[in-house]
Design a protein around this ligand. Structure first.
Ligand SMILES: Cc1cc2nc3c(=O)[nH]c(=O)nc-3n(C[C@H](O)[C@H](O)[C@H](O)COP(=O)(O)OP(=O)(O)OC[C@H]3O[C@@H](n4cnc5c(N)ncnc54)[C@H](O)[C@@H]3O)c2cc1C
Length: 342
């Protein structure tokens, strides 16, 4: 099993090799009116154009209030929450029940909850085989569902029970301290409760006037905010449908935003239509991988999948195929992180 350092990265190479000036500080507001970033320490940084990628925040609801995550971690922003969930899992008794509440759309990383369930199942099968996993899903279906369910049955038998919002999964009430969830059908008692709440754009987006509803509307060709001039929003906070909210998407959007900004600053027309891409690998065990990928292009007001691009891993593939995809997933991670941080 990897520890948290496996997913930790620093900005040293960006500073030393690429000469990027990195300031570690909390931003209070990105102010379009004065074209400046206002830091919480009072410093003000002027800009011609700014790119904001503030990530997500949670919509606490149904008894899962702010602070609840100390008992029932969402572990959907990496760091302390990831470590807490791991600790609880390690302390859970053999024969215990791990319950995940999976969020409604749209949310960060559509296959993320189900990949996590797979790897939790792998850990439990190896270490605590009498345990059960229950997913209470606030959706009717999920990403790569057929592939996940095929793999779960193959690898973990009946350890994982998935209940959709239509069939017994709808959460009516939560007690995050006692870890009891009331659904529209019954009460479920969890030994570990991984409650992933509904999501919205990160607070900074709201504080900077970049949101309409829960997310940030953008010009899909340049990622410039439709609400604040000269401020571009990328990543999970932006409305970039049909692209999924993923790290790969965010990276692809960053490149397009940078390219378009460099052209706009030189008074050149934006590239039209820009092409973007996404691949989401998921591990069902360390040696069993599946994937979905697509190329996208940004039209006037929306981002669409390029017809015939990408695809999904096939159903019914053999062990060797799944093993190769697990290796590709590792390669993908190395490539992405080296692209971003090196
Ligand atoms: C369990 C899980 C598995 C995942 N697996 C994959 C995967 O396999 N492939 C993939 O492509 N994606 C995956 N993702 C999704 C991926 O992590 C996100 O889509 C990606 O991180 C989005 O990037 P972002 O820049 O929008 O947000 P973030 O990565 O959350 O970055 C936002 C940053 O802004 C900072 N910030 C926010 N407000 C302020 C402020 N006021 N001042 C200063 N800084 C601020 C935050 O601290 C944070 O560092 C996964 C996510 C999860 C939870």
């Amino acid at each position: 099993m990897n520890d948290i350092d496996f997913i930790r990265h620093d900005y040293k190479t960006l500073q030393s090799k690429h000469k990027v000036q990195v300031i570690h500080a909390k931003v209070k507001r990105v102010d379009g009116a004065t074209s400046s970033v206002i830091l919480e320490n009072g410093d003000v940084i002027p800009f011609h154009r700014a790119v904001v990628s503030p990530g997500i925040d949670f919509k606490y609801e149904k008894g899962y209030i702010e602070g609840s995550e100390e008992h029932s971690p969402h572990a959907y922003k990496a760091g302390d929450q990831t470590l807490l969930l791991r600790k609880q899992l390690e302390e859970m008794k053999d024969g215990g029940t791990y319950v995940m509440v999976a969020p409604p759309n749209p949310f960060r990383c559509p296959p993320g909850p189900y990949e996590r369930i797979s790897l939790v199942a792998h850990y439990l099968k190896t270490n605590k085989p009498k345990s059960k996993i229950v997913i209470l899903d606030q959706k009717k279906k999920f990403s790569k569902q057929g592939l996940f369910q095929e793999g779960w049955e193959d690898l973990y038998g009946d350890m994982i029970e998935w209940r959709s919002v239509e069939f017994g999964g709808k959460v009516v009430k939560v007690d995050p301290i006692k870890r009891i969830i009331t659904t529209d059908e019954n009460e479920v008692k969890a030994d570990v409760l991984n409650y992933i709440p509904s999501q919205k754009a990160g607070k900074l987006a709201f504080d900077s006037g970049l949101t309409k509803g829960d997310w940030c509307p953008i010009n899909t060709r340049t990622f410039e905010s439709r609400l604040v001039k000269n401020v571009h929003v990328i990543g999970d906070a932006s409305i970039a449908t049909k692209m999924p909210k993923s790290g790969f998407s965010a990276n692809s959007q960053a490149k397009i935003a940078a390219l378009q900004i460099s052209r706009l600053l030189k008074k050149m027309p934006a590239i039209n239509p820009p092409k973007l891409a996404n691949t989401c690998y998921s591990l069902l065990s360390p040696t069993y991988g599946i994937s979905v990928s697509a190329v996208y292009e940004a039209l006037e007001n929306k981002i669409v999948k390029v017809e015939g691009s990408g695809g999904l891993s096939p159903m019914g593939a053999n062990k060797e195929y799944r093993m190769l995809e697990a290796e590709y997933a590792e390669g993908w991670y190395k490539n992405q992180t080296s692209d971003i941080f090196r």
